[in-house]
Design a protein around this ligand. Structure first.
Ligand code: HEC
Length: 200
């Protein structure tokens, strides 16, 4: 095998590669580069041993740390759950008026209330609590059963015309339509009916 040509200026042997008269010198890799390269190899071996890493047909190698993303997620969820449990306990033990004065608690209660409202109340009262035919608007200052914190609390906690709950609010006025006392025509146009009945 022929010896490679030696570059005159530097005294370094060339690799034998040449492009348009430019020749490549066969210098060794810089030390820092080489050591960084070795370090990455050592790191990756350590990583593969410590963490789940190599994909297998059914899952992957598990690593000796016992650590997985799923496990981390579970731990995070548990710590969120713990904070939430404490907050909910505080919320339950705090007087409804005092909640309003505690900014942190109020924010927690409002956010929780918003999502509860979406699950349990929006079907009837509308997604923005704007109400609809037969269902009262909860945004305005016009209240059927009282609009201060405590009476609203009673309305929600015990309900209205709820036979199973002794503390439920009740009114004497029957639901004429729902209870089939009056039909739609009579409700919409009571005057006509009364006149004909009185005359007849
Ligand atoms: C099945 C439909 C329905 C659902 C679900 C419902 N409501 Fe109501 N709500 C009504 C009706 C109807 C009234 C009016 C009752 C009446 O005055 O006879 C009412 C009344 C109220 C009132 C009293 C309004 C006033 O003017 O005094 C409040 C407050 C209220 N609802 C809050 C809620 C909250 C909070 C939820 C969810 C936890 C909820 N409602 C879920 C139908 C519903």
């Amino acid at each position: 095998m022929a010896e490679n040509e030696v570059d005159e200026t530097t005294g370094v042997e060339t690799t034998g590669h040449e492009w348009d008269g430019i020749k490549e010198l066969d210098n060794p890799m810089p030390r820092w580069w080489l050591w960084t390269f070795y370090a990455t190899i050592v790191f990756s071996i350590g990583y593969v041993i410590w963490y789940p890493a190599i994909p297998l047909w059914n899952g992957s190698t598990m690593g000796i740390s016992g650590q997985t993303n799923r496990l981390q997620l579970k731990q995070n969820m548990l710590s969120v759950e713990a904070v939430r449990r404490d907050k909910i306990a505080t919320l339950a033990a705090t007087d409804i008026k005092a909640i309003r004065e505690d900014n942190d608690l109020l924010r927690f209660a409002t956010a929780g209330g918003e999502s509860l409202f979406k699950s349990y109340c929006s079907q009837c009262h509308g997604s923005g609590a704007q109400g609809g035919p037969g269902y009262p608007n909860l945004n305005d200052d016009d209240w059927l059963w009282g609009g201060d914190l405590e009476t609203i609390y009673t309305t929600i906690a015990h309900g209205v015309r709820n036979d199973d709950n002794e503390d439920a609010r009740d009114s004497q006025m029957p639901a004429f339509g729902a209870d089939n006392i009056l039909d739609r025509e009579q409700i919409v146009n009571p005057g006509d009916k009364m006149t004909t009945e009185m005359v007849g």
